[in-house]
Design a binder for this molecule. Structure first.
Ligand SMILES: Nc1nc2c(ncn2[C@@H]2O[C@H](COP(=O)(O)OP(=O)(O)OP(=O)(O)O)[C@@H](O)[C@H]2O)c(=O)[nH]1
Ligand SMILES: [Mg+2]
Length: 448
């Protein structure tokens, strides 16, 4: 049944795009959304397909020529992805045929969609909040099964409802505070003050929990920059190969084998790591090796986690004095197969004994890496947060801390609560600036 309501939303124009990836494929999809979708469906297919029912037919151009044969779908507003009338044609997945169908849609009055514009409209039409819209892109970009699962949960609203929960608590607390401002008698004030303090404490705990789960989940998005470093010949490249499960780096008994920094993307329990092998740190007269050592130092400076590799069978375990190791660090004692009875020195950093040759200790090393990176295997409960979300949560956290420090200054207390709420509301995209939306949606694919 056609909807009686005209489609709502930004701009009355109708957008169209090829929604499937460029190149040849079994099936290709052209999608149209907006007030002209119904009209375009009629022009291409000869009639408007029954709502939400797959309809087989030929798509025709303006002159009546057959462009392709496929399945047409029509979703009347508001029950479509973007909330507007939507038409979709699933045809043969060749670039030429898809472009001819797309052109027919454009000839019939649609314009080419911008990246993410369908999802942007879904957000503007209230079909999803901003965090959910972001989850759409994160799901498409997910680099591991864990990241995909987490994105799906955000898309289903799990992250948003955690934020909504915090906002609801804040709203209650603000209402209570406003009441106190209106009735400043002594007794009421004392009662409210105790109550408000207790509520604020609960709220801060809840927010810290969400922040912890978000920080952890953000690892799934960004990956962890892990750099192998140590003296020449201690087995850094062998460890990279062992962790990658493939012979990526050249390994020889000659000290100074690795010159260029070598990168390898690996996963541990679905957490993406960007593993970098570097030249052994030493003073060398060899020009090429010296440049390699310089690069190694640069990589170390940008690392989230440094794997400081030592040779367990050697007398001297220390890293060269000049090694800049500021980030989180794990000390790895390699070649334990050559050092029977070796006991791992306990120092300032977590330490493990391994053998890149036999694989001994490697599982323990993997766990140590995840621990050091802050992955507590909350697994199913982490939020695939973006930097934007973390910043908003941190801002809210700061305002709540400031509120807690306000004592009896109710006006200032109330103001900090208001600012905290504003920070949290930004996650769902309330009152979002156009620039922010542009920045978020421009990274989407066209047709999404
Ligand atoms: N027995 C034993 N030998 C190892 C182990 N790990 C590495 N090696 C050997 O140690 C030598 C050096 O290994 P590499 O992985 O090239 O060491 P590296 O730290 O990358 O050396 P540079 O690139 O020169 O800095 C090679 O002969 C490896 O086969 C181990 O766990 N046990
Ligand atoms: Mg090497």
């Amino acid at each position: 049944m056609p909807s009686a309501e005209p489609p709502t939303g930004p701009g009355p124009d109708t957008i169209a795009a090829i929604a499937t990836p460029a190149g040849r494929g079994a099936i290709g999809i052209v999608r149209v959304a907006g007030p002209l979708a119904r009209d375009i469906a009629r022009r291409l297919m000869g009639k408007v397909p029954v709502a939400r029912r797959a309809t087989h037919g030929a798509a025709r151009g303006a002159a009546g020529q057959v462009l392709d044969d496929g399945i047409a779908l029509f979703f009347p507003a508001p029950h479509s992805y973007s909330g507007e009338d939507a038409f979709e044609f699933q045809g043969h997945g060749g670039p030429v045929v898809l472009h001819s169908v797309l052109s027919a849609c454009l000839d019939a009055g649609a314009r080419l969609a911008e990246p993410g514009e369908f999802t942007r409209r879904a957000f503007l039409n209230g079909r999803m909040d901003l965090a959910q819209a972001e989850a759409v892109a994160d799901l498409i970009d997910a680099a591991s099964a864990e990241a995909a699962r987490s994105a799906l949960r955000s898309l289903a609203g799990e992250f948003s409802s955690a934020i909504d929960g915090l906002v609801a608590q804040l709203v209650e607390l603000r209402a209570l505070t406003e009441a106190t401002l209106d009735f400043p008698e002594e007794e009421v004030d004392k009662l409210h003050r105790d109550d408000a303090a207790a509520r604020l404490a609960r709220l801060r705990t809840a927010l810290d929990e969400v922040l912890a789960r978000s920080r952890e989940g953000s690892l799934l998005r960004t990956g962890i920059q892990v750099v192998l470093a140590g003296r020449p010949n201690v087995g850094k490249s062998s460890l990279l190969n062992r962790l990658a499960g493939a012979e990526r780096a050249i390994v020889t008994p000659i000290p100074g084998t690795t010159r260029d920094a070598l990168r390898e993307s690996i996963q541990i329990d679905g957490v993406p790591l960007n593993l970098v092998d570097t030249a052994g740190l030493r003073d060398s007269r060899d020009e090429v090796e010296r440049l390699g050592v310089e690069r190694a130092r640069r990589e170390l400076a940008g690392a989230d986690l440094v794997l400081a590799v030592h040779d367990a069978s050697a007398a001297n375990h220390s890293l060269p004095a000049a090694a800049p190791v500021a980030a989180a660090r794990i000390d790895i004692y390699n070649k334990i197969d050559l050092a029977p009875g070796f006991s791992v020195p306990q120092g300032e950093f977590p330490a493990v004994g391994v053998s890149a040759l036999t694989g001994a200790g490697i599982d323990q090393l993997r766990r140590a890496i995840l621990d050091a990176a802050g992955w507590k295997s909350h697994g199913e409960s982490v939020f695939l947060a973006r930097e934007r979300h973390l910043r908003a949560l941190q801002a809210a956290r700061g305002h709540l801390a400031a509120a807690a420090g306000q004592g009896r200054q109710w006006e200032l207390f109330a103001e900090e609560l208001r600012l905290a709420q504003q920070a949290l509301a930004a996650i769902a995209g309330e009152f979002s600036a156009d620039a922010l939306l542009g920045e978020i949606f421009s990274r989407f694919c066209i047709g999404k």
